[in-house]
Design a protein around this ligand. Structure first.
Ligand code: ARG
Length: 472
């Protein structure tokens, strides 16, 4: 018995939507490679909203009758309900969400449905849908980012005097407060929100009515559909309107940057929660156990947030690669835009939710932070600055003298403020006991009161300003 050839053209009737000129149907493989319904059904609400706006405009322009409009709107409402309730039957043969809905509308209403596609193409339709979808996604992500900033701000508010090592090269550098460190992320996520808001401006333009690529002879009103859908304006060039996907690339670039910021915080959470550091403990809600080692408490959520940029950056690369060298106007290649966009959005949204939960729940361990700080001579720069300010030493000399004192402390296995004054004076005779105040961690923190510095009063002022700027 011969196996059925998957590649053979089907003898059945061709697609009833575009099949006028075809004798046979597409092969199963053609249907498989062509169909996008498995993922673009996520845009059904946007597709329906776009169709309602288009039909409303067609009726307003007397291109269809008001009876047609009523039938179309009623039919689309039924379809939306069917999809909401999970009873709609999606078909691969109908390729995508646009044709699945249109065919069902034809079943429900007959002729009015067949008039809906006047002065419209799937090319402008799909571009409209994805822009509407992305606009909403951006608004939700912005909300989530505000929630994360809120969680960071709340932690910061209780820790403006909790000292910890600030690092460069992951080596102890200078004392900072835990609040100060967290506030760095509040700023980063603020810029991420700015990038999304900027992207949103270019997302929020209407391609609808561009038709296939060149506009339409029907007397449509693209300004009206743009307005009905809340777009800022109709796109000025129909060919650009159906070909442009830079808005989606831009979204994924913004998402990739934001995910990268999240991964830096995630990595710090991983480090801070190790038993070596012990700067924080994570809640049970955001840790997992090991199936073999009963003592383990693994920061899996942080590790996954650390990993997510891998796929989001991949999503960005995927679409850029699809678009590179693609001639105008629409090409089916562009159907490959949706999965990366959806994946980037879902991955970022999940990362934001997990990070917000981790930050809100984490417990800082001030004693462990202070203990770590006491080891790395974090006030050495303060000593050098003191030599400059009080003894009028050139900074390079002060750096050298301080280096000698650090070496001395290391040789005696003590902190700088554990050195005897006489020992210090052997290195620099002009030192007196005021130096012990300079070497104290808390005064070093207070001293950095330049704008944007780690001094508690500065950080308190920053928290206030950030709250006013970022949280509605
Ligand atoms: N499913 C298609 C996409 O996502 C819709 C546009 C199809 N247009 C066309 N001319 N075949 O891109």
């Amino acid at each position: 018995m011969t196996k059925p050839d998957k590649n053979a053209p089907k003898k059945t009737a061709s697609s009833s939507i575009w099949g006028g000129r075809f004798a046979g149907g597409p092969s199963q493989l053609m249907t498989d490679i062509n169909a996008s319904i498995s993922y673009d059904k996520a845009m059904y609400k946007q597709d329906i909203a776009g169709s309602v706006a288009h039909a409303t405009m067609l009726a307003g322009q007397n291109i269809i009758s008001s009876n047609d409009l009523d039938a179309i709107c009623a039919g689309l409402a039924t379809i939306e309900k069917e999809i909401d309730e999970g009873v709609f039957e999606f078909s691969d043969a109908l390729e995508d969400i646009h044709m699945n809905i249109e065919m069902r509308l034809a079943e429900l209403t007959g002729d009015p449905a067949r008039r809906l596609h006047t002065a419209r193409s799937r090319n402008d339709q799909v571009a409209t849908d994805i822009r509407l979808w992305l606009r909403e996604a951006i608004d939700q992500l912005d909300n989530q980012l505000a929630g994360l900033q809120e969680a960071l701000l709340s932690q910061a508010e209780t820790h403006t005097r909790t000292v910890m090592p600030g690092y460069t090269h992951l080596q102890t550098a200078q004392p900072v407060s835990f609040a100060f460190h967290l506030m760095a992320y509040v700023e980063m996520f603020g810029r991420d929100r700015g990038r999304l808001a900027d992207t949103r401006k270019r997302v929020n333009e209407s391609p609808l009515g561009a038709a296939a690529l060149a506009g339409t002879p029907h007397p449509i009103d693209r300004h009206q559909t743009a307005q009905l859908l809340g777009f800022s304006r109709p796109m000025a060039n129909a060919m650009d309107a159906v070909s442009a996907r830079d808005f989606a690339v831009e979204f994924m670039a913004a998402a990739a940057i934001c995910a990268t910021h999240l991964s830096r915080l995630a990595e710090e959470i991983v480090i801070w929660s190790t038993d070596r550091f012990g700067f924080i403990s994570l809640s049970d809600a955001f840790t997992t156990g090991s199936s073999i080692m009963p003592q383990k408490r693994n920061p899996d959520a942080a590790e996954l947030v650390r990993a997510k940029p891998g796929r989001i950056i991949g999503d960005l690369m995927a679409l850029l690669t699809v678009l590179k060298g693609l001639p105008l106007a629409y090409g089916k290649d562009m159907q490959e835009d949706k999965e990366p966009v959806f994946d980037a959005e879902a991955s970022l949204s999940l990362s934001l939710a997990a990070m917000t939960g981790m930050i809100a729940d984490l417990q800082a361990k001030p004693e462990a932070m202070r203990a770590a700080l006491e080891k790395g001579h974090p006030t050495a720069t303060d000593l050098a600055d003191y030599l400059v300010r009080v003894l009028d030493m050139p900074f390079r000399d002060a750096h050298h003298v301080t280096g000698k004192l650090v070496a001395l402390a290391d040789s005696q296995n003590c902190a700088l403020d554990g050195l005897e004054l006489a020992d210090m004076q052997a290195v620099e005779p002009r030192l007196d006991k005021a130096i012990y105040e300079v070497l104290s961690i808390d005064s070093a923190l207070q001293a950095r009161n330049s704008f944007g510095g780690t001094a508690p009063l500065e950080v308190e002022a920053h928290i206030k300003a950030a709250r006013a700027a970022f949280i509605k």
